[in-house]
Each structure stands twice: as C-alpha cells, then as structure tokens.
Design a protein around this ligand. Structure first.
Ligand SMILES: Nc1ncnc2c1ncn2[C@@H]1O[C@H](COP(=O)(O)OP(=O)(O)OP(=O)(O)O)[C@@H](O)[C@H]1O
Ligand SMILES: [Mg+2]
Length: 313
C-alpha cells in the first residue's frame, strides 16, 4: 500500500509512566484511520507526536510528500510536514477576539496565504462549515457544534492532504454529529486522508476504514471495524436488564447457552453465535427485559479494554 504518513515504534514517557508504548501505524492516501481507546490511553499524545508538538522518547514519524520527492521526517522537516496537515485539537483553540471569518484569515497567514487567496477561500470554507450566516460572529456566540465546524474549516485553510482530528464530534448533538460526518465523508471523497480519535463507536465504524485500539499506551488491536468484530466476538448478543438481571449471569440453565457472559451494572451481556435458545430460555424464566442485537464495536471495545472505568487515567 502507498503510505502518506508512517509512525514507527512511538514511545513517550512522563516520569515513570510510559503513556505511548511502541505504537506503529501507517496512513494511506484517501484513508480514514481511527484511534479508539479509553480515557488516558495515549490517543492525544500520539497525535501530538505526529504533529511535532510532543517530542517522542523513541520512534519516528515520516511523511511522504508525493511526486517522487524524498520523505520528510519529524522533527527536522516539521514546517514542511505541517504545511500538508490540518488539525482539529481535542479542545477548541479558536481565537475568542476574532470573528469566524477573521479566525480563518489569521490562520491562513500562518501558511503564508494572503488577501486574494483567502478572499476566495473564506466564503467557501464558511459554506462548507454551514456558517455563512455567522461570518461576523465570534466563537462565544456559536453553539458547540458550530465551533467544531469552524475548527474543521480552519484546519482546511491550507488545503491539507491529511487531517488529524482529535474527538471532532465530542459534545455535539446527534444532528450536529451527522452534519460533521457528512462533511468528513466529503473530504474523504475528495481524496484527503483522515486520522481521527473518537469515543463514539458508531462514528468509528461509519467513518473509519481501519482502526487502532490503544490501551495503556499500547496498540492492542488493528483492523477494519467489521473484521475486528468478527475476529474477537460471537455474532449475536442478548442483553438482559432490569431487576434480577445480574443473577441471570450465574443461572445454570442459561450459562451454557452463551459462549461468554459479562455483567456491567444491572445489565448482563450474553455473547453467542445463535441467540434463539437463550431467548427462549429467558422467556421461559419469565425475564421480560431483553435486547437482542448483533455484536458491535462497543462490545469489542469493552472486551478488549475492560468494563471498569479507569481511576488511574
Ligand atoms: N504533559 C503531560 N505530562 C504528564 N503526563 C501527561 C502529559 N500529557 C499526557 N499525560 C498523560 O498521558 C496519558 C495519556 O494522555 P492522552 O491525553 O494521550 O490520553 P487520551 O487517550 O487522549 O485520553 P482522552 O480520551 O481522555 O482524551 C494520561 O495518563 C495523561 O495523564
Ligand atoms: Mg485525548
């Protein structure tokens, strides 16, 4: 596969803690690569290393500029690499004193883009962000979803080949997320590449052709979303919830009907290749509250990274 950005054996330590631990990956042109993992897994640190904002203790980041040119490497070619990257950080970093249009204009200057070019680009970017009517509004006057879209528009100012998006839809309502997804799909169709982190498994499955699962700084799985699910999980899931549900996990009749059983709070998850005998047994037992569905990426995430919230993250 041709490679746009390649990260090899990235390691980052803070004191005694190794927060990124031997992570390698490659991004192909036109691909959307997702990084998922619990809070504190090292996703933002990995992105910051790719951007040259955090110096790794070990490892390398290379960018292939295309046209047969020699590969660029961090940190010595940071400026040339950054000219081809667009970034949306985990927390918005818009300038509060400037309007939407001015935020785009100022950002253009960092890339040496001046008046005439930006006069053309700003209306197009505001249209793309569905913010034309807000051109003169300041970030504080925008909703969270509008601010995220402005951040995305700003990341596109230099027409980058690769976008690094750290939780681009966190805090957005379902409609705002769908609008963001549609825009990201448009960018992929234009041939741009995306590296994205997210805590939304439906988003990861919808947008990403490939996923890395990080946990405690280590890559614990990698692959296409559906392939990862098929590799790690039984096909079907029956959730039993409501009063008395946790006890079902130990029921001698139900237990053998599932390949794997997990309890989270008041819900029992039965994983099985075929849910019919289990559903029948639950009905005979008089348990009303069940949900039958296919195994999904959320199940994979919970299986690989555990169901407990991390106190150490
Ligand atoms: N500058 C720093 N100094 C010390 N520790 C840091 C620093 N930056 C990050 N860490 C630690 O590195 C670990 C990984 O942090 P990181 O922000 O990369 O996680 P994340 O996967 O992005 O988490 P989240 O999903 O919450 O955004 C955490 O334990 C964090 O406390
Ligand atoms: Mg983060």
């Amino acid at each position: 596969m041709s490679v746009l950005l390649e990260a090899r054996n990235l390691c980052k330590r803070y004191g005694a803690a190794t927060v990124v631990d031997g992570v390698s990956f490659a991004i192909a042109p036109g691909e959307c690569l997702g990084i998922i993992g619990p809070n504190g897994a090292g996703k933002t640190t990995t992105i910051r290393i790719c951007l040259g904002l955090t110096a790794p203790d070990e490892g390398s980041v290379q960018f292939q500029p295309g046209d047969g040119a020699a590969p660029l490497a961090m940190p010595q070619d940071a400026l040339a690499i950054k000219a081809q990257l667009g970034v949306v950080t985990q927390f918005d970093s818009l300038d509060p004193d400037f309007s939407c249009a001015e935020n785009l204009r100022v950002f253009g200057r960092y890339f040496g883009l001046g008046g005439a070019v930006m006069d053309r680009r700003i209306p197009a970017l505001l249209d793309f962000a569905a913010l034309r009517a807000k051109a003169d509004a300041r970030p504080a006057e925008l909703s969270g979803g509008m601010r995220r879209r402005l951040s995305l528009a700003r990341a596109l100012v230099n027409d980058p080949r690769l976008l690094l998006l750290d939780e681009p839809t966190t805090g957005l309502d379902p409609q705002a997320r769908h609008l963001m997804w549609e825009r990201l799909q448009q960018l992929l169709q234009q041939g741009k590449s995306i590296l994205l982190t997210t805590h939304f498994m439906d988003e990861a499955e919808r947008l990403c052709s490939r996923l890395l699962v990080l946990d405690h700084g280590r890559k614990i799985a990698e692959g296409a979303p559906r392939a990862l699910i098929a590799e790690h999980l039984e096909r079907e899931v029956v959730e039993a919830y409501g009063s008395g549900a946790p006890a079902l996990a130990h029921d001698a009749r139900l237990r053998p009907l599932a390949a794997r059983v997990e309890v989270s709070g008041e819900t029992v998850f039965f994983y099985t290749p075929d849910a019919r005998p289990l559903l029948q047994a639950l009905a005979e037992r008089g348990h009303q509250h069940t949900l039958h569905r296919h195994a999904n990426l959320e199940d994979l995430f919970l299986k690989l990274t555990g169901r407990q919230i991390r106190e150490d993250a």
